[in-house]
Unconditional design. Structure first.
Length: 51
């Protein structure tokens, strides 16, 4: 029971510290690609349709 409590506390503490906001670049694909290349980061493309 103590291990479960400790694991729960560690999980909550780590989740509380992981609140870094991801930068979103909307409607400017070339700017997003250039920024990702300069920082050597992957690009996440969100696409959806209303139907």
């Amino acid at each position: 029971m103590k291990r479960l409590l400790l694991a729960s506390l560690l999980l909550v503490a780590s989740a509380a510290q992981a609140k870094e906001v991801l930068p979103w670049i909307e409607n400017d694909y070339t700017k997003a690609i250039a920024r990702a290349k300069s920082a050597d980061l992957p690009v996440f493309v969100e696409a959806w349709a209303p139907w």
